[in-house]
Write a protein that binds this ligand. Structure first.
Ligand code: EPZ
Length: 419
């Protein structure tokens, strides 16, 4: 069913919200539930299309999956070594990190090459070279990646780039391997720490997560557990950016403030006033945003690539010009052509966008083509004068739970309509 958002913009947003559970923590945690044959219970699992896609893969592998309200129970008593085909990997490119857990459990795995997506080619060379460093034999058979882990063993893996997915894959690959697996130049994102805590809750032995060297000491068996993944720092940042754009005030409850520090510091530069509390952040903004001379995305704890489109939408109305450099993905400015339909003046060359702030944006018909770019279009529509229609809502539903209800709850005029 195709749907669209109809948004009447130009209103300040005021209120409080509770942030959802993190998509990018919950996805690898679901994959890691394969590491045990006992039931795993994930509390407050977000209802998202990406989660649904991951659960389809789990069912395809023979897992039992059931929701009890927001609580999800998964049990992989026996893993079926079905090929995770392109229908499944096409819906969720980042599912490649499931290889590590299947290999851990079954010592063999078969998955179709995930391919690229709207924001970039999404290569998997770091995943492949990392698993090979653990003596996994890997062949590509007409687009299916065939992994033979019969002789896999613990070892040291040096990642050329601190890839989030590759770090997660290798943590899961080492969890049941005899000996110590060391991941050097590991990703330091909070989602890595959450995955480590989950594996340890199952009786695993992961240390150093959050730093650049992660050590995984394999154990014979992992048991089931109950776990509540971390709050979604990107969703929190998205709602804060929306109010920085529209003006008003918002308190985002249920977050870990240090997770959003890289974003809040940048939102302060736009003139927003921010106060941080134990597990909430409050932002108020009254006048037109100020520009940011230069903003670069980078790995945690720097400003995250997943917030780049949303901040660009804020800067589209700034009192001056800003520059954004996107260092992680090669094609993550596609949404700017849609913002231009509203009157934004943004020039993009390779990985650099120059944003000349305009006083007003006007409502327009907009097409979302990726998750975070879609969120940026919603922010643009919320601060534009007049009515906007945002098509491609299915992209936004991949990562935002109850978006229109949450925004309406703080004063936005937004509704979801079937096309
Ligand atoms: C995770 O993707 C997130 N997805 C992404 O969020 C996020 O943008 C990204 O990390 C960076 O923080 C999930 O966690 C499900 P990477 P991942 O491997 O693991 C290159 C969202 O909007 N690379 O750290 O795929 C890659 O091309 C999504 O929620 C290789 O070259 O990110 C990119 O340039 C989008 N070879 C960079 O590394 C590889 O083998 C970062 O990729 C793997 C990655």
């Amino acid at each position: 069913m195709q749907q669209k958002f109809i948004i009447d913009g130009g209103k300040p947003l005021i209120g409080e919200i509770e942030v959802q559970t993190a998509k990018n923590a919950t996805l690898p945690i679901i994959a890691a539930s394969i590491l045990t044959d006992e039931p795993v219970r994930i509390e407050k699992c977000p209802h998202l299309k990406d989660i649904d896609a991951m659960l389809d893969i789990m069912r395809h592998l023979g897992a039992s999956v059931e929701f009890d309200g927001d609580n999800l129970t998964i049990c992989c008593r026996d893993v079926l070594l079905n090929v995770i085909n392109s229908d499944l990997t096409g819906k969720l490119r980042s599912s490649i990190f499931i290889l590590g857990s299947i290999l851990s459990r079954c010592r063999q795995a078969y998955i179709s090459h995930p391919g690229g997506c709207e924001i970039g080619l999404r290569p998997i060379d770091l995943h492949i070279s990392g698993l090979k460093a653990l003596s996994v034999k890997i062949a590509d058979d007409r687009g299916v990646i065939c992994c033979d882990g019969s002789e896999m063993r613990a070892g040291v893996v040096n990642l050329d780039f601190a890839s989030v997915g590759a770090t997660e894959n290798l943590m899961m690959a080492g969890a049941l391997l005899d000996g110590e697996t060391v991941i050097v130049n590991a990703a330091r994102e909070p989602e890595i720490v959450d995955l480590a805590q989950f594996i340890n809750a199952m009786g695993g032995r992961v240390s150093g997560a959050g730093g650049s060297v992660v050590r995984v000491t394999g154990v014979k068996k992992l048991h089931g557990c109950t776990y509540r993944p971390m709050p979604d720092r990107i969703c929190a940042g998205t709602y804060l950016a929306a109010v920085a754009a529209t003006g008003g005030s918002i308190t985002v409850n249920g977050i870990i403030p240090e997770h959003v520090f890289g974003m809040t510091e940048r939102l302060k530069q736009t003139g927003a006033r921010i106060s941080v509390h134990k597990n909430s952040v409050r932002l108020t903004a009254s006048e037109r945003p100020r520009p940011i001379h230069k903003l670069e995305t980078n790995v945690y704890p720097a400003f995250p690539t997943d917030m780049q489109p949303q901040l660009c939408a804020v800067l589209a109305r700034a009192r001056g010009s800003s520059v954004i450099v996107e260092n992680l993905f090669e094609n993550r400015f596609g949404y700017t052509t849609e913002l231009a339909k509203m009157g934004a003046t943004i020039t993009v060359k390779d990985r650099v966008a120059v944003i000349h702030g305009v006083e007003k944006l006007s409502g327009a018909a907009l097409n979302a083509s990726d998750l975070r770019g879609g969120a940026a279009l919603v922010i643009g529509a919320l601060c534009a004068e007049g009515r906007s229609t945002v098509y491609g809502v299915e992209h936004i539903d991949r990562g935002y739970e109850y978006l229109e209800q949450t925004l309406a709850g703080i004063g936005a005029s937004i509704k979801r309509v079937d096309i």
